[in-house]
Design a protein around this ligand. Sequence first.
Ligand SMILES: Nc1nc2c(ncn2[C@@H]2O[C@H](COP(=O)(O)OP(=O)(O)OP(=O)(O)O)[C@@H](O)[C@H]2O)c(=O)[nH]1
Ligand SMILES: [Mg+2]
Ligand SMILES: [Zn+2]
Length: 357
Amino acid sequence: MVSNQQSALHELGWNDWFAQRTRCKPAHTVARVAAVDREQLLLVDQSGTFRAKLAGSFLHRHRLAHELPCVGDWVCLDRQPGDDFSMVHSLVERRTSLRRKAAGSAVEHQMIAANVDVVVIVQSCQGDFNVNRLERYLVMVTDGGAEPYILLTKTDLVDPGVMASQTAEIRTAGITAPIAQLSNVTRDGVDDLKRMLLPGKTYCFVGSSGVGKSTLINHLIGRELLETASVSGTGEGRHTTTRRELIRLENGALVIDNPGMREFGIVGAESSVSSCFDDISTLAISCRYRDCGHTGEPGCAVLEAVQSGALKRKHYENYLRLRKESEFYQLSHAEKRKKDRAFGRFIKAVKKDMRDF
Ligand SMILES: Nc1nc2c(ncn2[C@@H]2O[C@H](COP(=O)(O)OP(=O)(O)OP(=O)(O)O)[C@@H](O)[C@H]2O)c(=O)[nH]1
Ligand SMILES: [Mg+2]
Ligand SMILES: [Zn+2]
């Protein structure tokens, strides 16, 4: 029975929000997805970890990739003593979701993790630091409903002046998320980060390959659980972590390591983009037109700020780029096909013109 389980599950991140939305059958129990390995799941509940598979009826009803359980999800299952695998029958509604646009598909999206409280966006001070990319991550996090936290690693490789200017650059871009800096080598800042992690809360670490996510999580665990790799002199890593796993720290915080992300498309609403660009949203209040697109309308306060230098052009351009991506994603399937068809006709016409020429 789910109700008997509840208090024990709080340690794994369960709370009233989920309790109110669970539609598990009375005979079922709930568990959290700790890892996904193709069609096999590693689940965890108050009794520990165990293996499970998706029930045929579940697979039948859910065919899209993002409808399948991912790390961090809560599931309803049938667990019989003696069975090698429990059967997952349904998914509990997600409170937050971290997702990106699937490669090669304009409409499908890919789940990275579910029910994450805080996404720790990791960049290395050395070589990897990039505010545009940070903004891209922030849109992804905000859209999924989680809190962002910025972490700059490898402080041992740069001068204190570089660290200060990177923080300043982040703030100049209007980013208000908390920032932490640390070195996995000297361990400066590691304890501060550890104190930030609260029991029963879920933290997902994302960032490029080689920035030190797994090294840090190993420090947090206190042993070498995760595989890490030495990187080339440029700080560019080869992807060492290949799977996502929910790990419980001694203090009760739950952390999810991730493989490095190279490029990713953002999904979701334009409003998520706007809320990540506070400075632009503030300026927009003074635009002449309420529905100003900030791309050439008369009396646009945003463009004025770009022209006067009050708003950095690079920052403004990144805003437009991310907004455009999200708008495209928002188009329905049908609209996209229409656009594709229109584009097809355009190509045809161009080809014809070329022939006629
Ligand atoms: N100098 C320095 N090196 C670090 C630091 N943190 C990690 N490294 C090194 O960077 C390399 C990559 O670290 P990983 O922890 O494997 O990086 P990752 O982010 O998990 O990479 P992926 O799993 O590929 O996404 C390892 O050789 C680490 O020893 C740091 O703070 N300073
Ligand atoms: Mg790793
Ligand atoms: Zn405007």
